[in-house]
Design a protein around this ligand. Sequence first.
Ligand code: SAM
Length: 278
Amino acid sequence: MPELATTKRLTRPMIVELIERHGLAPSRALGQNFLCEPGTVDKIVRLAGVAAGDRVIEIGPGLGSLTLGLADSGADVIAIEADRYLMRPLTEVLETAGLRDRVKVVHADALEMDWGSLVGPGTWKVIANLPYNVSTPLILDLLRDQPTLVDWLVMVQQETGERLAAGSGSRTYGIPSVLLSYWATARVIDTVPNSVFLPRPRVGSALLRITRHADAPIGASFDRFATLVRAGFGQRRKMLRRSLAGLLTIEQIERTGIDPTARAESLTPAQWGALANL
Ligand code: SAM
């Protein structure tokens, strides 16, 4: 792949060649849909505002399509990949492009690894084409556990993105939307066609921007907040006075100005916060 040294981008024929030469079979279980359209990589890098010196975490670098764009913009990248069979082709791609020095490749499961020793102090951007089957737990767990991950631009399944970014009153508003709101705000900023991936995913894709709150808007602990939200949405057809019985009294709910006969989906994240703060 001599042109990789000059273009520093992976095209569809290059990805096909890498898959064949390394005897790979893209794994559905690991959500392996590789970006094979350099224009989309450039767009993600631009929308993420990556600049020289930025510290970027990429979860699931795959064959390196997005990693190249991030490193080429001058960022220092930590790329965490769960599939050991991708280590060789990924390293080869980065070396050929002359960008190996900018990227620390870590072979680990991002849901299980020891993040503390990897990221240390200081803030990070998270820019990734996430494995779709685990993107919601990845996002919610890392928002909870890793406060140094502050600005995110991630590709997710479109439905997942809409659910995480939804506000009350929206059809897709639910537990993930409210739990995310404890830590951050989220917005779907673009959709992405299936044609830019190899293999093509069966679902639509979207770019989700997540911005961590500078100051926590809710005083109560996340565990308290999450217990109430899960109880409320767990019985979403029931009125709050029923679904939250045992956790809050009717008088307590009324004290926040919330109608105890309302249902979970009609409460804004701020109102869930008010209930948790009681
Ligand atoms: N970033 C590459 C691209 O855009 O072409 C690949 C994206 S692909 C949608 C998701 C990647 O995440 C795959 O390489 C997969 O092996 C990896 N992956 C899946 N589960 C993971 C996990 N728990 N931790 C780290 N990487 C994971």
